[in-house]
Design a protein around this ligand. Structure first.
Ligand code: NAD
Ligand code: TYD
Length: 351
């Protein structure tokens, strides 16, 4: 059956992989990529599919309700996959309000627009909200985040995502808006903006710049290849239960320092450097405020109910990711000139 799907944040890291998957796998769907093109949005990410007959880009901001209403009406939007967000924890510590605006108010604007536009017949519609495991807070040495884990966000970013998740549920309960939410662990892969750990360190290793490891480096994250997240979103969009939440994760925990050492070792080989050379760039710096110690997802429900599991091992995914950055110098060059330098200097000069 045909659908007119509005994907928000489709020019960003994860959104671009979701847009590509939906455009290429479902020619019967019209895919509308709504993105404000902030520093994190980059249409270069979608160059290969921009001419596809079922792909449409709309430059718009989810903070503008009138624009959203016009877009729903003009394109008869049937479903939403909502990824647009401010997504970097360090930026949220410096500018929390930006996160309240886009992540909370922007999400509520979108919910309102969908509710109003679909109100005569709510059947055959879906509001899919893409969220993060960071809403659950921080784990100790043991345990995993389950769908039933209580929300306990610690950063302005995770607090804003938690608030947006709550609003989505509230619209389901109060207005019967059909919805699903998924909470995913840390993603990595091609097109990741080099402010996050993995792409930042790949960029710095290439340029022989210091690798700023926060605190003692023993913070733990559960890494998932971005294409596996996109596959999970596709599956949940089509087969997820109305009003349900799904955790998505790679069962793949790494302390930051072990991950950085693995990246250094893989890149020494690829760059023809002496064994151990890139590791000498590791520099311990001042910790992040409110730094969550450990994230780890229990993705059993998604596996048991919908049959999803990651398709690549971490070593394969990381290898492919490093290759992508090495083969896409102009992309990296493009996003790390101009404002990026200002960002980098202000974020790292006092650490
Ligand atoms: P990103 O920062 O790479 O991309 C965000 C996109 O949203 C950009 O294209 C940006 O231009 C757009 N955007 C920002 N504000 C907007 C606004 N007001 N109106 C319209 N567009 C706007 O983020 P990402 O890493 O791809 O994350 C996408 C989603 O997935 C987010 O909701 C994030 O919370 C969630 N998520 C991310 C991760 C991760 O590891 N990156 C993990 C789990 C969940
Ligand atoms: P990040 O990629 O920002 O994702 P998140 O904070 O959303 O998990 O950071 C991943 C981990 O790496 C986190 O523990 C913070 C740490 N980190 C550093 O040690 N140095 C850095 O320069 C960055 C950006 C992150």
């Amino acid at each position: 059956m045909g659908k007119n799907i509005l994907i928000t944040g489709g020019a960003g890291f994860i959104g671009s992989h979701v847009v590509r998957l939906m455009v290429t796998k479902y020619p019967q769907y019209q895919i509308f990529n709504l993105d404000a093109l902030t520093y994190a949005g980059n249409l270069e990410n979608l160059k290969d599919i921009e001419k596809a007959a079922n792909y449409h880009f709309i430059k718009a901001n989810i903070l503008e309700p009138a624009a959203l209403k016009a877009i729903f009406e003009k394109h008869a939007i049937t479903d939403v996959i909502h990824l647009a967000a401010e997504s970097h924890v360090d930026r949220s510590i410096v500018s929390p309000l930006d996160f309240v605006y886009t992540n909370v108010i922007g999400t509520v604007n979108l919910l309102n627009t969908a509710k109003e536009y679909w109100k005569d017949d709510l059947s055959n519609h879906l509001f899919y909200h893409v969220s993060t495991d960071e809403v659950y807070g921080s784990l100790g040495k043991e345990g995993l985040f389950k769908e039933t884990t209580a929300y306990d966000p610690n950063s302005p970013y995770s607090a804003s995502k938690a608030a947006s998740d709550h609003f989505v549920r509230a619209y389901g309960e109060t207005y019967h808006l059909p919805y699903v939410v998924s909470n995913c662990s840390n993603n990595y892969g091609p097109n990741h903006f080099p402010e996050k750990l993995i792409p930042l360190f790949i960029h710095n290793i290439i340029n022989k710049k210091a690798l700023p490891v926060y605190g003692d480096g023993l913070y733990t994250r559960d890494w998932l290849y971005v294409l596996d997240h996109a596959r999970a979103i596709d599956l949940i969009f089509h087969e997820g239960k109305n009003g349900d939440t799904y955790n998505i994760g790679g069962f793949n925990e790494w302390t930051n320092i072990d991950l950085v050492k693995l990246m250094c070792a893989q890149m020494d080989v690829k760059l023809g450097r002496a064994k151990g050379e890139s590791e000498t760039l590791i520099t311990y710096v001042k910790d992040r405020a409110g730094h969550d110690r450990r994230y780890a997802i229990d993705a059993t429900k998604l596996n048991k109910e919908l049959g999803w599991s990651p398709s690549v091992t971490f070593e394969q995914g990381l290898d492919a990711t490093i290759d992508w950055y090495l083969n896409n110098g102009p992309w990296l060059e493009n996003v790390t000139t101009g404002n990026y330098q200002t960002y980098y200097n202000s974020m790292y000069s006092n650490r």
